[in-house]
Design a protein around this ligand. Structure first.
Ligand SMILES: [Zn+2]
Length: 326
């Protein structure tokens, strides 16, 4: 049995998984018990946060009615820059972590092997193995949130680049000299397709066009969030349509860059916006399909991620499974 943990800035989640030998070469994981959750705080010391994770792992096993002695390994998806080979969080700015040996410290507490990977990569691995990517050997997850994260799975394995520093899809440039990005460059995909960018663009467009339905919605006191644009679209608003078309084009260009470079079989879209389903996916497929070379020969699926917030736990558990049992 393996415990998967997803460490975040507000909370940590964990779940126990059991292994099932599906073929001589293939072991599958199935969730046991239920997901458990604990709050995390930036003000907590490193040791306090690690104690929280330790208790959470044990709680997940208890909830499944199993004994912790029988757990083989623990996988943790952690934010920030992670050296997966050593289990060290090199830098997590929200919590002020620098060179924290998370794997080693948690392993000392739990007396079990602990494997650590970046949380976005954990989600990509989870979706690839258990979610929307399970029928494909090569998939890329793009998570559209406050930022743009994601991860690459090639030939069934996570591709992290040298020392895990690769796979930064959000920082591929789609417009040279474009919007300023937190990474120091300009025109990164993240600055056009993050939820933050979408909301900013929607509000700016509404304020430029005071006859628009978007503007009327804001005047009615509608909150400026990621759903505002889609409400405008439902009302047939031309202003909303223009913002949406630009959003699809930006996301489409990012996907085309990926497709031209590594040509996965599937691109999986995660994050809050993916709840829009076909409203988002149909025009995105059209945009990409019209510009994708060799699409008849090597087609590209664009799908919604299916595991939601649980993807990271699944991926962390699978990462630990690969390193112990497989
Ligand atoms: Zn950037």
């Amino acid at each position: 049995m393996i415990v998967g943990i997803d460490l975040g800035g507000m909370s940590a989640k964990a779940r126990l998984f059991g292994e099932k030998q599906s073929s001589p070469k293939n072991v599958e994981l199935s969730p046991l018990g239920e997901e458990v959750c604990a709050k995390t705080h930036a003000r907590d010391s490193i040791d306090t946060t690690i104690e929280t994770l330790s208790e959470l792992a044990k709680e997940a096993v208890r909830r499944a009615g199993k004994r912790f002695e029988d757990v083989e390994a623990v996988g943790v998806g952690a934010p920030g820059i992670v050296d997966g080979a050593r289990g060290v969080v090199l830098s997590w700015s929200n919590f002020g972590w620098k060179n924290v040996p998370l794997g080693e410290k948690l392993s000392e507490k739990l007396k079990k092997p602990v494997f650590v990977l970046n949380d976005a990569n954990a989600a990509a691995l989870g979706e690839a193995k258990f979610g929307a990517g399970r029928d494909f050997s090569d998939s890329v997850l793009i998570t559209l949130g406050t930022g743009v994260g994601g991860g690459i799975v090639l030939d069934g394995k996570l591709f992290e680049g040298y020392k895990g520093a690769g796979g930064e899809i959000g920082h591929t440039v789609i417009r040279m000299g474009g919007r300023k990005c937190a990474c120091g460059r300009r025109g990164c995909l993240e600055t056009y397709v993050s939820t933050k960018a979408l909301i900013k663009d929607t509000v700016a467009a509404a304020k430029r066009d005071r006859k628009s339905a978007l503007y009327a919605l804001l005047e009615e006191g509608r909150k400026a969030d990621g759903f505002l644009l889609f409400e405008g679209l439902k009302r047939g608003d031309e202003c909303a349509k223009q913002v949406f078309d630009r959003y699809i084009a930006a996301l489409g260009e990012g996907i085309l860059n990926l497709a031209n470079l590594i040509r996965p079989q599937a691109v999986l879209i995660g994050g809050g916006i993916s709840a829009q389903g076909e409203t988002l996916l149909a025009p995105l497929r059209k945009y990409v399909g019209e510009r994708l070379p060799a699409k008849g020969f090597a087609p590209l699926e664009i799908l919604s991620a299916t595991l939601g917030n649980a993807a990271g736990i699944y991926g962390a558990a699978y990462f630990a499974l690969e390193r112990t049992v497989l």
